[in-house]
Design a binder for this molecule. Structure first.
Ligand SMILES: [Zn+2]
Length: 415
């Protein structure tokens, strides 16, 4: 097939939309969302439908020991490492119709489009469905891609249980998706994931596509400030050792820290605990949950150092004991430059308006990026709302994202 023909190739947006709606009926909720949690009977029905569509499109299908599904379309040189597109079919209990499912069905649409046009790529193409991305039924999230990428071992993955005590291994066997293929990374030429943004930026800027360059790094802390519990009446303000006085000095400085490292820096205080928690006693201690984020690890590390310095300074000034305990750290991910360039090139050649941006949410691609050249593509979603039954996206945007996926995959498959 000549180059010019490949350049004019486009996916079938109507078919993509109708398959999204077919999948959304499996676990449809009254308020227009979807409840198809990992490894339930409904998940099995959704998986079976996906596998049927893949076989009809000429793919061979294999399942690994974590229930990850790989649909493969052979390449002209089938020994080459494949170009993969993957995401997830499981949803939140009150989830939407597009989170994850869109990425899976857009990958299938790419293969279907090539099959219809009779085009073979040099490298094979694969579409992956990663098990339990949401983490709603089994914790942690992204366990299927996590085991595959070596972040967790297989026994750990198999042993995760839901609230009723059912394990992933038992549930995989029950629904017929405990595969034999090792759940271990094999070489990939590239991995892409197209996903709804799950935030408001693209929509508010009136842009069609996000070229995703990485995923935010996250640091979670418990900040403890300790003072002296005294009576609210008799004790003059000047002699108190009041944790809230320290907090009142610390918070504005931390909000300023986010501003100074903007626009991608995030500082969030999601929870606070006060001891002893009595309205007429200065508290002895307060514990604040602090969440710092930035897409560049070096900047996040600077924010971490500044946060600690601010706490030490203000606690000293207020004669308080202070402790900063790191609860969790997820390092920033910088996606592969060649994969990002393939997406950028596809977006530009197709003429879509776009923004280079980072992801604020975790995705299977975070784990894939550890073992394979990886990047992501975002499309806008209505109001930036996701993990919600009202989650919505425009058919034209979904079509645009799948066209970008098609041409990015073609570039990496040497076609
Ligand atoms: Zn998702």
């Amino acid at each position: 097939m000549a180059d010019t023909d490949i350049r004019t190739l486009r996916i079938n947006g109507e078919r993509l939309w109708s398959r999204l709606m077919d999948m959304a009926r499996i676990g449809a909720t009254e308020r227009g969302g979807c409840n198809r949690q990992a490894l339930t009977d409904l998940d099995k029905i959704g998986r079976d439908l996906f596998v049927r569509w893949c076989r009809e499109a000429g793919c061979t299908v294999s399942v690994d020991q974590m229930g990850n599904i790989f649909a493969r379309r052979a390449g002209l040189d089938d020994e080459l490492p494949p170009v993969l597109s993957g995401s997830h079919l499981d949803t939140q209990p009150t989830g939407g119709r597009f989170d994850g499912v869109y990425g899976v069905l857009a990958g299938l649409e790419v293969i279907q489009t090539l099959a219809d046009a009779g085009i073979r790529t040099r490298a094979p193409l694969e579409v992956a469905v990663w098990t339990n991305e949401e983490g709603a039924r089994f914790s942690p999230a992204m366990i299927g891609s996590g085991v595959w990428a070596g972040a967790f071992d297989l026994a750990y993955g198999h042993g995760r249980t839901d609230k009723q005590g059912a394990s992933i291994a038992a549930e995989l066997a029950r629904i017929g998706y405990l595969g034999e293929r090792p759940a271990r990374a094999s070489p990939l030429a590239a991995a892409f994931e197209v996903h709804i943004e799950q935030g408001p930026i693209l929509e508010s800027e009136g842009l069609q596509l996000g070229v995703v360059t990485g995923v935010q790094g996250i640091r979670w802390y418990d900040l403890t400030l300790g003072g002296q519990p005294v009576h609210a009446g008799p004790t003059p303000m000047s002699v108190r050792r009041d944790p809230f006085m320290g907090l009142a000095a610390i918070l504005p400085r931390l909000y300023r820290l986010a501003e100074e490292h903007g626009p991608w820096a995030r500082v969030t205080f999601g929870d606070i605990r006060v001891d002893p928690g009595s309205r007429n006693t200065v508290p002895e201690r307060l514990v604040l949950a602090v969440d710092l984020r930035h897409p560049e690890q070096a900047v996040l590390d600077r924010m971490d150092a500044a946060f600690r310095a601010i706490v030490a300074e203000e606690a000293g000034r207020c004669r308080l004991e202070a402790e900063v305990r790191e609860e969790w750290h997820s390092p920033a991910v910088a996606f592969d430059a060649d994969c990002v360039a393939a997406v950028q090139g596809a977006v530009e050649s197709l003429g879509y308006s776009h923004l280079r941006m980072c992801s604020g949410a975790g995705h299977d691609s975070v784990y894939l990026a550890r073992v394979a050249p990886t990047s992501m593509i975002f499309v806008p979603c209505e109001g930036g709302i996701s993990h919600n039954e009202t989650e919505n996206a425009a058919p034209a945007d979904l079509e645009a994202g799948a066209n970008v996926l098609l041409h990015a995959m073609l570039r990496m498959a040497h076609s």
